[in-house]
Design a protein around this ligand. Structure first.
Ligand code: GLU
Length: 288
């Protein structure tokens, strides 16, 4: 058995975003998350990642929970009854933004998308990330704005040239260079809500998540999040990135592709057993 060091217990989480229907890619990640929590006799929470108020809605959330029930994906509700909803945790995110401001780890950035695009000089060849230009750092004087910090954009200042590495529990060592593979990133939006990166780090810290199981499309996000943990002086969880499910043509499944949604499989008459069997078969190939 893998040597896990989770302190007192293994704590995992499912973190769906209710901005679309759940597809086989989500199912395969969540199935793996459940399997790992069971393997290590741990608990697992369901966290609805609904901070993007424009893209998320309660209808998708209901459908996701319905899919969970139909599939038999279970979560631990001992903490507060139901799933944890990011939209209910704004106060917590605000607290963490203030911590980052106090540490001078972030700076306000009131530039428009157009202004930023005009100044961009590099796209990372390894990650295809557009690198936020350093020439645009620290241009906004927060004091001058006389606005609440929560109604401004804030960016994390990455340590240029520094290596950010982690050992993924499935695929081993990964190394990224800050400022080369990714640049300064948003932690807060002027809409009054945190970015995905900050919200997820705050939640994983506050929920004492010991292992993060997510899709490998989020690998670069993991390295950004590691910088947030470092700057907040918090211990890192372990990471397990799952391979992405692709369609017949080798294209990654996307939420916008409704025909591959779980709901669509169900309406085509697929049973839970058949779907799980399909995922297991696929996973055996991909995870080996
Ligand atoms: N909410 C993200 C998604 O649905 C997953 C985030 C994470 O696992 O950190 O893709």
């Amino acid at each position: 058995m893998e040597n896990l060091n989770h302190g007192p217990a293994y704590v995992g989480r499912y973190a769906p975003t209710p901005s679309g229907l759940m597809h086989l890619g989500h199912l395969s990640t969540f199935w793996k998350a459940q399997e790992r929590a069971r393997q290590f006799s741990g608990s697992i929470f369901l966290r609805i990642e609904d901070i993007d108020r424009e893209r998320c809605n309660s209808e998708f959330e209901e459908k996701i929970i319905e899919d969970f029930a139909w599939l038999g994906l279970e979560w631990d509700s001992s903490a507060g009854g139901g799933p944890v909803r990011q939209s209910n945790r704004l106060g917590l995110y605000q607290l963490y933004l203030l911590k980052l401001i106090k540490k001078d780890a972030v700076y306000p950035c009131e530039l428009s998308r157009k202004e930023i695009q005009k100044a961009v000089v590099a796209t990372s060849p390894s990650t295809s990330e557009v690198i936020f230009p350093n020439s645009l750092r620290d241009l906004t004087n927060a004091a001058k704005h006389q606005r609440s910090p929560f109604s401004m954009n804030w960016r994390f200042r990455v340590p240029d040239g520094e290596q950010v590495g982690f050992t993924d529990r499935r695929s081993g060592e990964h190394r990224y260079i800050a400022g080369h593979d990714f640049g300064d990133f948003l932690v807060w939006r002027r809409s009054g809500w945190p970015s995905y990166e900050l919200a997820v780090v705050v939640d994983d810290i506050e929920m004492s998540v010991s292992e993060v199981v997510r899709g490998e499309d989020l690998m670069i996000s993991t390295s950004r999040q590691i910088l947030l943990y470092d700057s907040l002086k918090k211990e890192l969880p372990a990471f397990y990135h799952c391979p992405l499910v692709k369609d017949k043509n080798g294209v990654r499944l996307a939420k916008s592709f409704d025909s591959e949604s779980l709901q669509a499989y169900r309406s085509r008459g697929w049973s839970r057993e058949r779907l799980l069997c399909q995922i297991r078969e696929w996973a055996e190939l991909e995870y080996s």
